[in-house]
Write a protein that binds this ligand. Structure first.
Ligand code: HEM
Length: 161
């Protein structure tokens, strides 16, 4: 079964039809998607700016991370669940949207960047916990910030094309 076949099947399900025909389900789920964005993106931006050595420099990276990660994971989890619901309302339209496809690629990139950080430099945080981090860490923070800004831009653009 191809992706298109899957999205065409999904579009014909009673669930997807109900999402499209209801006056309130889609706006409700989209509102959750946007609110969860704030819960996830604000602490993510703070974390990336700390990794860039541009904010909270008097606080250690591990202390900032321990305080922000619960918010980031809660927001991220809610974005994924609400995103799947939003997607299931008009699956074929979103499948054909170049912005939705670009957003999917960027989400994978954001995930890879975070995973590589956690599996490598993140495990040696004690070596660079205080003050401005080394270049590689600042690069990770910079890439993360740019990719998340691009995800948001593509998410917003989906409504227009
Ligand atoms: C954590 C990562 C995510 C972020 C930061 C994000 C961000 C956004 C943003 C900013 C919008 C525009 C909302 C608006 O202004 O109306 C949006 C829309 C959308 N998102 Fe996400 N999203 C994420 C994950 C997902 C996932 C995992 C899916 C699907 C599996 C998804 C599906 C959609 C769809 C279909 C829309 C377009 C809704 C419309 O028609 O306007 N998102 N997203």
């Amino acid at each position: 079964m191809s992706f298109l076949n899957f999205f065409q099947w999904l579009e014909a399900t009673p669930w997807s039809i109900a999402m499209r025909e209801s006056e309130w389900i889609f706006p409700f789920v989209e509102t959750i998607h946007v609110l969860a964005l704030a819960v996830m993106l604000f602490p993510t931006a703070l974390m990336d700016l700390r990794l860039l050595g541009l904010m909270m420099r008097r606080e250690s990276v591990s202390s900032v991370r321990n305080q922000l990660m619960p918010w980031i994971w809660t927001g991220f989890g809610t974005m994924i669940v609400s995103g799947v619901f939003v997607l299931s309302s008009h699956p074929v339209k979103y499948y054909n949207s170049p912005f939705a496809r670009a957003k999917a690629v960027l989400l994978v990139l954001a995930g890879l960047n975070a995973m590589i950080f956690e599996l490598t430099a993140g495990r040696k945080v004690a070596a660079w916990d205080q003050g401005p981090p080394p270049f590689r860490i600042r690069l990770t923070g910079g890439i993360s910030l740019l990719v998340w800004i691009a995800v948001v831009a593509m998410g917003r653009a989906i409504a227009y094309g």
